[in-house]
Ligand binder design. Structure first.
Ligand SMILES: [Zn+2]
Length: 188
């Protein structure tokens, strides 16, 4: 089957992907599929179309409006514990240096330095900007009065989802808003 885009619709039209309970599969990064993947999933009957774009795709035998929101037919159980990744450490810490609060030039610091036996774990790794990281070097945080704002901890999936809602992407299609609850909106 050959699907052709109308010339005016060549830009990307991603679909927001919801779990079967109509919550986004993930907030950060926001669960989005390319229009190609979304259309494929519709044909494979893996998803329901919840909302559509104005844009259509056409082939000789059919035409359809591109889905802007789809929901999975089968519920995917979220992982119980988030993976220990650089990204998730940043997300847990709100993308801010835990010493000075700077959002820039972020890297990682071992609260108890590796040279002193500190482990690379949720409980010992925190987000730090490069200047703070340099300043602290391989000393113990408490020895030089550099105390992190939060004691590092292993977050739950729920916690990371909550943090992720604070960082909406730049582009949000209006049909997505009913399914997204950004903190920014709640405060308005
Ligand atoms: Zn800093």
């Amino acid at each position: 089957m050959t699907i052709q885009f109308q010339p005016s619709s060549l830009e990307a039209s991603p679909a927001l992907v919801l779990n079967a309970d109509f919550r986004p599969l993930s907030y950060f990064p926001l669960s989005l599929w390319s229009w190609q993947d979304a259309v494929k999933a519709v044909f494979l009957e893996r998803v329901n179309i919840v909302s559509e774009y104005e844009r259509e795709i056409n082939s000789p035998s059919f035409s359809m409006r591109l889905p802007s929101v789809v929901s999975l037919k089968e519920y995917i159980k979220p992982a119980d514990t988030p993976a220990f990744t650089r990204f998730n450490v940043f997300l847990r810490d709100g993308f801010a240096c835990q010493y000075c609060g700077s959002p820039e030039d972020l890297t990682f610091d071992h609260l108890i330095p590796r040279s002193k036996g500190g482990l690379t774990t949720w409980e010992n790794v925190i987000t730090a900007c490069s200047p703070c990281n340099l300043r602290k070097s391989d000393k113990l945080a408490e020895d030089i009065g550099m105390l992190p704002r939060h004691r590092p901890f292993a977050p739950t999936v729920f916690h990371l989802q909550k943090m992720g809602r604070r960082f909406p992407p730049n582009h949000l299609h209006e049909s997505w808003l009913d399914y997204l609850y950004w903190d920014a909106e709640l405060e308005a």
